[in-house]
Design a binder for this molecule. Structure first.
Ligand SMILES: [Zn+2]
Length: 414
Protein backbone atom coordinates (compact mmCIF):
# COMPACT_ATOMS: atom_id res chain seq x y z
CA UNK A 1 0.00 0.00 0.00
CA UNK A 2 1.26 3.44 -0.89
CA UNK A 3 2.27 5.66 2.00
CA UNK A 4 0.56 9.01 2.45
CA UNK A 5 3.02 11.58 3.77
CA UNK A 6 1.40 14.73 5.15
CA UNK A 7 3.52 17.72 4.26
CA UNK A 8 3.39 20.50 6.82
CA UNK A 9 3.68 23.25 4.27
CA UNK A 10 3.05 26.14 6.66
CA UNK A 11 5.98 25.32 8.91
CA UNK A 12 8.14 24.60 5.86
CA UNK A 13 7.31 28.05 4.47
CA UNK A 14 8.13 29.61 7.84
CA UNK A 15 11.50 27.88 7.78
CA UNK A 16 12.19 29.00 4.21
CA UNK A 17 11.29 32.57 5.21
CA UNK A 18 13.44 32.43 8.33
CA UNK A 19 16.37 31.15 6.28
CA UNK A 20 15.83 33.90 3.66
CA UNK A 21 16.14 36.53 6.38
CA UNK A 22 19.65 35.31 7.15
CA UNK A 23 21.20 37.42 4.41
CA UNK A 24 23.91 40.00 3.85
CA UNK A 25 21.28 42.21 2.18
CA UNK A 26 17.90 43.56 3.27
CA UNK A 27 14.82 41.38 2.56
CA UNK A 28 13.60 40.27 0.11
CA UNK A 29 17.13 40.20 -1.30
CA UNK A 30 19.06 37.09 -0.37
CA UNK A 31 22.86 37.31 -0.51
CA UNK A 32 24.59 34.48 1.26
CA UNK A 33 28.08 33.82 0.02
CA UNK A 34 29.83 30.77 1.40
CA UNK A 35 31.85 31.18 4.62
CA UNK A 36 30.49 34.68 5.29
CA UNK A 37 28.86 35.45 8.61
CA UNK A 38 25.41 35.02 6.98
CA UNK A 39 26.36 31.62 5.59
CA UNK A 40 27.56 30.47 9.01
CA UNK A 41 24.35 31.65 10.69
CA UNK A 42 22.28 29.93 7.99
CA UNK A 43 24.23 26.71 8.52
CA UNK A 44 23.62 26.92 12.27
CA UNK A 45 19.90 27.45 11.66
CA UNK A 46 19.60 24.45 9.33
CA UNK A 47 21.66 22.33 11.72
CA UNK A 48 19.30 23.22 14.56
CA UNK A 49 16.35 22.09 12.44
CA UNK A 50 18.14 18.81 11.68
CA UNK A 51 18.86 18.32 15.39
CA UNK A 52 15.19 19.01 16.08
CA UNK A 53 14.28 16.24 13.62
CA UNK A 54 16.61 13.80 15.47
CA UNK A 55 19.02 13.51 12.56
CA UNK A 56 22.69 12.75 13.18
CA UNK A 57 24.69 15.64 11.75
CA UNK A 58 28.27 15.47 10.49
CA UNK A 59 30.38 18.01 8.62
CA UNK A 60 33.42 17.36 6.44
CA UNK A 61 36.63 19.38 6.11
CA UNK A 62 35.04 22.07 3.91
CA UNK A 63 31.63 22.17 5.59
CA UNK A 64 29.61 19.79 3.43
CA UNK A 65 26.94 18.67 5.88
CA UNK A 66 25.35 15.23 6.20
CA UNK A 67 22.24 14.78 8.35
CA UNK A 68 21.27 11.14 8.64
CA UNK A 69 18.04 9.42 9.56
CA UNK A 70 19.19 5.96 10.43
CA UNK A 71 17.43 3.11 8.66
CA UNK A 72 16.68 -0.30 10.10
CA UNK A 73 19.70 -1.68 8.21
CA UNK A 74 22.27 1.04 8.82
CA UNK A 75 25.08 -0.94 7.19
CA UNK A 76 23.43 -0.40 3.78
CA UNK A 77 24.46 2.62 1.71
CA UNK A 78 22.00 5.45 2.34
CA UNK A 79 19.66 7.24 -0.04
CA UNK A 80 20.87 10.83 -0.36
CA UNK A 81 18.86 13.97 -0.94
CA UNK A 82 19.66 17.65 -0.58
CA UNK A 83 21.01 20.74 -2.27
CA UNK A 84 22.67 24.01 -1.23
CA UNK A 85 21.90 27.07 0.91
CA UNK A 86 24.48 29.52 -0.43
CA UNK A 87 23.09 32.26 -2.66
CA UNK A 88 24.71 34.59 -5.17
CA UNK A 89 24.54 38.33 -4.49
CA UNK A 90 21.04 39.73 -5.06
CA UNK A 91 19.34 36.34 -5.25
CA UNK A 92 16.01 34.94 -4.13
CA UNK A 93 14.91 32.52 -1.43
CA UNK A 94 14.11 29.23 -3.21
CA UNK A 95 17.19 28.23 -5.22
CA UNK A 96 18.79 25.32 -3.38
CA UNK A 97 16.89 25.93 -0.15
CA UNK A 98 13.78 24.11 -1.41
CA UNK A 99 15.92 20.99 -1.84
CA UNK A 100 17.45 21.34 1.65
CA UNK A 101 14.48 22.35 3.80
CA UNK A 102 12.07 20.45 1.51
CA UNK A 103 14.31 17.39 1.85
CA UNK A 104 14.19 17.79 5.62
CA UNK A 105 10.41 18.10 5.60
CA UNK A 106 10.19 15.00 3.37
CA UNK A 107 12.15 13.06 6.01
CA UNK A 108 10.02 14.45 8.86
CA UNK A 109 6.81 13.58 6.99
CA UNK A 110 7.94 9.98 6.57
CA UNK A 111 8.77 9.75 10.25
CA UNK A 112 5.35 11.20 11.14
CA UNK A 113 3.73 8.64 8.80
CA UNK A 114 5.31 5.90 10.93
CA UNK A 115 7.72 4.73 8.22
CA UNK A 116 10.97 3.07 9.21
CA UNK A 117 13.08 2.79 6.05
CA UNK A 118 15.49 -0.08 5.55
CA UNK A 119 18.23 2.18 4.17
CA UNK A 120 19.23 5.32 6.01
CA UNK A 121 18.14 8.56 4.37
CA UNK A 122 20.75 11.29 4.40
CA UNK A 123 20.16 14.99 3.83
CA UNK A 124 23.18 16.66 2.26
CA UNK A 125 23.88 20.40 2.32
CA UNK A 126 26.60 21.05 -0.21
CA UNK A 127 29.20 23.76 0.40
CA UNK A 128 29.40 26.54 -2.21
CA UNK A 129 27.23 25.42 -5.09
CA UNK A 130 27.45 28.98 -6.39
CA UNK A 131 30.75 30.12 -7.91
CA UNK A 132 30.74 33.57 -6.25
CA UNK A 133 33.76 33.15 -4.02
CA UNK A 134 36.25 31.12 -6.05
CA UNK A 135 34.82 31.38 -9.57
CA UNK A 136 34.09 27.65 -9.62
CA UNK A 137 30.60 26.22 -9.09
CA UNK A 138 29.69 23.16 -7.03
CA UNK A 139 32.85 23.24 -4.92
CA UNK A 140 31.57 20.75 -2.34
CA UNK A 141 30.22 18.16 -4.76
CA UNK A 142 33.24 18.56 -7.07
CA UNK A 143 35.53 17.60 -4.20
CA UNK A 144 33.22 14.81 -3.02
CA UNK A 145 33.29 13.28 -6.49
CA UNK A 146 37.06 13.63 -7.08
CA UNK A 147 36.53 16.08 -9.95
CA UNK A 148 38.42 18.78 -8.04
CA UNK A 149 41.58 17.32 -6.49
CA UNK A 150 42.79 18.38 -3.04
CA UNK A 151 45.84 19.98 -4.66
CA UNK A 152 43.66 22.03 -7.02
CA UNK A 153 41.40 22.98 -4.10
CA UNK A 154 44.42 24.28 -2.19
CA UNK A 155 45.20 26.61 -5.09
CA UNK A 156 41.76 28.25 -5.16
CA UNK A 157 41.88 31.96 -4.34
CA UNK A 158 39.14 34.52 -3.86
CA UNK A 159 39.40 38.09 -5.17
CA UNK A 160 41.26 39.14 -2.02
CA UNK A 161 43.77 36.33 -2.57
CA UNK A 162 42.52 34.29 0.37
CA UNK A 163 42.69 30.53 -0.04
CA UNK A 164 40.07 27.87 0.60
CA UNK A 165 42.15 26.49 3.49
CA UNK A 166 42.25 29.86 5.27
CA UNK A 167 38.55 30.60 4.73
CA UNK A 168 37.24 27.21 5.79
CA UNK A 169 39.48 27.27 8.88
CA UNK A 170 38.14 30.70 9.85
CA UNK A 171 34.64 29.29 9.34
CA UNK A 172 35.43 26.54 11.83
CA UNK A 173 36.05 23.58 9.53
CA UNK A 174 39.15 21.43 9.76
CA UNK A 175 40.57 18.16 8.47
CA UNK A 176 42.45 17.01 5.39
CA UNK A 177 41.06 18.01 1.99
CA UNK A 178 41.68 14.40 0.94
CA UNK A 179 38.94 13.28 3.33
CA UNK A 180 36.23 15.17 1.42
CA UNK A 181 36.22 12.73 -1.52
CA UNK A 182 33.61 9.99 -1.19
CA UNK A 183 33.86 6.42 -2.32
CA UNK A 184 31.84 5.09 -5.20
CA UNK A 185 28.76 3.59 -3.60
CA UNK A 186 28.80 5.99 -0.62
CA UNK A 187 25.21 6.74 -1.64
CA UNK A 188 23.00 3.99 -2.99
CA UNK A 189 21.08 6.65 -4.94
CA UNK A 190 20.78 10.42 -4.75
CA UNK A 191 17.81 12.64 -5.63
CA UNK A 192 17.79 16.46 -5.59
CA UNK A 193 14.66 18.60 -5.39
CA UNK A 194 15.11 22.03 -7.01
CA UNK A 195 13.19 24.87 -8.63
CA UNK A 196 13.26 24.61 -12.42
CA UNK A 197 14.98 27.99 -13.02
CA UNK A 198 13.27 27.93 -16.41
CA UNK A 199 9.68 28.66 -17.54
CA UNK A 200 8.48 25.37 -19.02
CA UNK A 201 6.62 23.74 -16.11
CA UNK A 202 4.69 26.90 -15.27
CA UNK A 203 3.87 27.59 -18.93
CA UNK A 204 2.58 24.07 -19.46
CA UNK A 205 0.78 23.94 -16.10
CA UNK A 206 2.69 20.83 -15.02
CA UNK A 207 3.45 20.20 -11.33
CA UNK A 208 6.77 18.42 -11.60
CA UNK A 209 9.72 17.89 -13.89
CA UNK A 210 11.57 14.58 -13.79
CA UNK A 211 15.08 15.38 -14.93
CA UNK A 212 16.51 12.81 -17.33
CA UNK A 213 19.75 14.61 -18.23
CA UNK A 214 21.77 17.40 -16.68
CA UNK A 215 23.54 19.47 -19.31
CA UNK A 216 27.11 20.39 -18.56
CA UNK A 217 29.00 23.48 -19.56
CA UNK A 218 32.42 23.76 -21.10
CA UNK A 219 34.10 27.10 -20.96
CA UNK A 220 36.85 28.33 -23.26
CA UNK A 221 38.76 31.60 -23.05
CA UNK A 222 40.10 32.93 -26.32
CA UNK A 223 42.79 35.61 -26.63
CA UNK A 224 43.29 37.28 -29.98
CA UNK A 225 46.38 39.39 -30.61
CA UNK A 226 46.30 41.50 -33.74
CA UNK A 227 47.86 44.83 -34.57
CA UNK A 228 46.57 48.18 -33.46
CA UNK A 229 46.90 51.47 -35.26
CA UNK A 230 45.18 54.69 -36.24
CA UNK A 231 41.67 54.08 -37.55
CA UNK A 232 42.22 56.67 -40.28
CA UNK A 233 45.88 56.32 -41.05
CA UNK A 234 46.05 52.56 -41.43
CA UNK A 235 44.39 51.47 -44.68
CA UNK A 236 42.36 48.29 -44.97
CA UNK A 237 44.86 46.08 -46.81
CA UNK A 238 47.14 44.34 -44.33
CA UNK A 239 45.14 45.18 -41.21
CA UNK A 240 45.22 42.67 -38.36
CA UNK A 241 42.05 43.77 -36.59
CA UNK A 242 41.58 41.58 -33.52
CA UNK A 243 37.89 42.41 -33.15
CA UNK A 244 37.07 41.57 -36.77
CA UNK A 245 38.76 38.22 -36.16
CA UNK A 246 36.74 37.79 -32.95
CA UNK A 247 33.53 38.51 -34.86
CA UNK A 248 34.26 35.61 -37.20
CA UNK A 249 34.88 33.31 -34.22
CA UNK A 250 31.64 34.33 -32.50
CA UNK A 251 29.66 33.55 -35.65
CA UNK A 252 31.55 30.29 -36.20
CA UNK A 253 30.62 29.17 -32.69
CA UNK A 254 26.98 30.11 -33.19
CA UNK A 255 26.86 28.22 -36.45
CA UNK A 256 28.53 25.13 -34.95
CA UNK A 257 25.96 25.02 -32.13
CA UNK A 258 23.03 25.57 -34.52
CA UNK A 259 24.16 22.82 -36.86
CA UNK A 260 24.81 20.21 -34.15
CA UNK A 261 21.52 18.55 -35.04
CA UNK A 262 20.10 18.84 -31.50
CA UNK A 263 18.07 21.51 -29.75
CA UNK A 264 20.01 20.81 -26.54
CA UNK A 265 23.24 22.23 -27.94
CA UNK A 266 23.74 25.84 -26.87
CA UNK A 267 26.77 28.10 -27.18
CA UNK A 268 27.27 31.66 -26.00
CA UNK A 269 30.00 34.26 -26.06
CA UNK A 270 29.15 36.24 -22.95
CA UNK A 271 32.32 38.28 -22.59
CA UNK A 272 34.12 40.30 -25.26
CA UNK A 273 36.83 42.66 -24.04
CA UNK A 274 38.32 44.97 -26.66
CA UNK A 275 41.67 46.77 -26.31
CA UNK A 276 42.36 49.60 -26.41
CA UNK A 277 38.63 50.25 -26.81
CA UNK A 278 38.80 53.64 -28.50
CA UNK A 279 36.63 54.62 -31.44
CA UNK A 280 39.55 55.79 -33.56
CA UNK A 281 41.86 52.90 -32.79
CA UNK A 282 42.07 49.52 -34.50
CA UNK A 283 41.50 46.80 -31.86
CA UNK A 284 44.82 45.16 -31.08
CA UNK A 285 43.69 42.58 -28.49
CA UNK A 286 40.39 40.87 -27.75
CA UNK A 287 39.44 38.43 -25.00
CA UNK A 288 36.39 36.24 -25.47
CA UNK A 289 34.77 33.95 -22.92
CA UNK A 290 32.54 31.20 -24.24
CA UNK A 291 30.04 28.84 -22.62
CA UNK A 292 29.12 25.68 -24.54
CA UNK A 293 26.54 23.27 -23.14
CA UNK A 294 24.86 20.06 -24.11
CA UNK A 295 23.31 16.96 -22.60
CA UNK A 296 25.58 14.85 -24.80
CA UNK A 297 29.28 15.21 -24.06
CA UNK A 298 30.52 14.01 -27.45
CA UNK A 299 28.20 16.39 -29.31
CA UNK A 300 29.32 19.29 -27.13
CA UNK A 301 32.96 18.41 -27.75
CA UNK A 302 32.35 18.47 -31.51
CA UNK A 303 31.23 22.11 -31.13
CA UNK A 304 34.44 22.84 -29.21
CA UNK A 305 36.45 21.18 -31.98
CA UNK A 306 34.67 23.27 -34.61
CA UNK A 307 35.50 26.41 -32.62
CA UNK A 308 39.16 25.40 -32.34
CA UNK A 309 39.28 24.74 -36.10
CA UNK A 310 37.81 28.20 -36.71
CA UNK A 311 40.52 29.67 -34.45
CA UNK A 312 43.30 28.17 -36.57
CA UNK A 313 41.58 29.18 -39.79
CA UNK A 314 41.01 32.78 -38.70
CA UNK A 315 44.51 33.03 -37.30
CA UNK A 316 46.05 31.85 -40.59
CA UNK A 317 43.85 33.97 -42.84
CA UNK A 318 44.05 37.20 -40.87
CA UNK A 319 47.59 36.97 -39.53
CA UNK A 320 46.46 37.31 -35.90
CA UNK A 321 47.57 35.11 -33.02
CA UNK A 322 44.76 33.15 -31.39
CA UNK A 323 45.37 31.30 -28.13
CA UNK A 324 42.74 29.25 -26.32
CA UNK A 325 42.44 28.09 -22.76
CA UNK A 326 39.95 25.41 -21.72
CA UNK A 327 38.69 26.62 -18.34
CA UNK A 328 36.52 23.59 -17.66
CA UNK A 329 34.62 20.87 -19.50
CA UNK A 330 32.45 18.90 -17.12
CA UNK A 331 30.75 15.80 -18.48
CA UNK A 332 26.93 15.89 -18.65
CA UNK A 333 24.98 13.43 -16.51
CA UNK A 334 22.31 10.93 -17.46
CA UNK A 335 19.83 10.32 -14.65
CA UNK A 336 19.11 6.90 -13.20
CA UNK A 337 16.09 5.10 -14.77
CA UNK A 338 15.20 3.44 -11.45
CA UNK A 339 14.94 6.79 -9.62
CA UNK A 340 12.98 8.27 -12.53
CA UNK A 341 10.54 5.36 -12.38
CA UNK A 342 10.15 5.79 -8.61
CA UNK A 343 9.51 9.52 -9.03
CA UNK A 344 6.99 8.90 -11.80
CA UNK A 345 5.08 6.32 -9.72
CA UNK A 346 5.19 8.68 -6.72
CA UNK A 347 3.81 11.58 -8.77
CA UNK A 348 0.98 9.36 -9.93
CA UNK A 349 0.14 8.29 -6.37
CA UNK A 350 0.18 11.89 -5.23
CA UNK A 351 -2.10 12.94 -8.09
CA UNK A 352 0.52 15.34 -9.50
CA UNK A 353 1.19 15.86 -13.18
CA UNK A 354 4.77 15.44 -14.37
CA UNK A 355 6.92 15.39 -17.45
CA UNK A 356 10.43 14.27 -18.25
CA UNK A 357 12.78 17.11 -19.04
CA UNK A 358 16.38 18.23 -19.24
CA UNK A 359 18.16 20.43 -16.70
CA UNK A 360 19.97 23.13 -18.61
CA UNK A 361 21.43 24.65 -15.48
CA UNK A 362 23.91 22.50 -13.62
CA UNK A 363 23.64 21.40 -10.03
CA UNK A 364 25.50 19.40 -7.40
CA UNK A 365 23.78 16.29 -8.79
CA UNK A 366 25.88 16.67 -11.95
CA UNK A 367 28.96 15.83 -9.87
CA UNK A 368 27.34 13.34 -7.50
CA UNK A 369 26.43 11.43 -10.69
CA UNK A 370 30.14 10.47 -10.84
CA UNK A 371 29.87 8.46 -7.62
CA UNK A 372 26.19 7.43 -7.42
CA UNK A 373 23.05 7.06 -9.53
CA UNK A 374 21.21 10.42 -9.42
CA UNK A 375 18.04 12.12 -10.59
CA UNK A 376 16.48 15.52 -10.01
CA UNK A 377 12.93 16.60 -9.30
CA UNK A 378 11.96 20.07 -10.51
CA UNK A 379 9.08 22.24 -9.33
CA UNK A 380 7.89 25.28 -11.30
CA UNK A 381 9.09 28.78 -10.49
CA UNK A 382 7.24 31.90 -11.56
CA UNK A 383 8.31 33.18 -14.98
CA UNK A 384 11.31 30.87 -14.86
CA UNK A 385 13.00 33.61 -12.81
CA UNK A 386 15.88 32.65 -10.60
CA UNK A 387 19.01 34.30 -9.21
CA UNK A 388 16.97 37.45 -8.54
CA UNK A 389 15.02 38.65 -5.48
CA UNK A 390 11.57 38.05 -7.01
CA UNK A 391 12.28 34.35 -7.51
CA UNK A 392 9.06 32.61 -6.43
CA UNK A 393 7.59 29.14 -6.06
CA UNK A 394 4.03 28.84 -4.76
CA UNK A 395 3.24 26.90 -1.57
CA UNK A 396 1.28 24.46 -3.72
CA UNK A 397 4.26 23.82 -6.02
CA UNK A 398 6.59 23.34 -3.07
CA UNK A 399 4.16 21.05 -1.23
CA UNK A 400 3.77 18.94 -4.38
CA UNK A 401 7.52 18.62 -4.81
CA UNK A 402 8.13 17.67 -1.18
CA UNK A 403 5.26 15.17 -1.22
CA UNK A 404 6.64 13.40 -4.29
CA UNK A 405 10.19 13.57 -2.93
CA UNK A 406 9.03 11.93 0.32
CA UNK A 407 7.26 9.13 -1.51
CA UNK A 408 10.29 8.64 -3.76
CA UNK A 409 12.68 8.47 -0.80
CA UNK A 410 10.42 5.91 0.88
CA UNK A 411 10.42 3.73 -2.24
CA UNK A 412 14.18 3.97 -2.75
CA UNK A 413 14.99 3.33 0.91
CA UNK A 414 12.73 0.25 0.93
ZN1 LIG B 1 20.65 25.87 -7.05
Amino acid sequence: MAIEPKIEIDSLLEELTALAKISEADPPVVTRVVFTEADLRARAYVRSLCDGAWLTVQEDAIGNTFARWQGSEPELAPIGTGSHIDAIPNAGMYDGTVGVLGGLEAIRSLRRAGIRPRRSIELVIFTAEEPTLFGIGCLGSRMMSHVLTPAAALNLRDKQDRGLDELRTQAGFSGAFESVALLQGRFHQFVELHIEQGPLLEQEGIDLGLVTHIAAPASLRIHIDGEGGHAGGKLMPGRKDALAAAAELILALESAAKSSGAIDTVATVGVCEVFPGAVNSIPSHVNLETDIRDTDGARRNRVIDALLAACSDVSARRGVTVTTELVNADPPATCDPAILAAMEASAQEAGRSCKRMVSRAYHDSLFIARIAPVAMLFIPCRGGWSHRPDEYASPEWIAGGVDVLARTLAKLAG
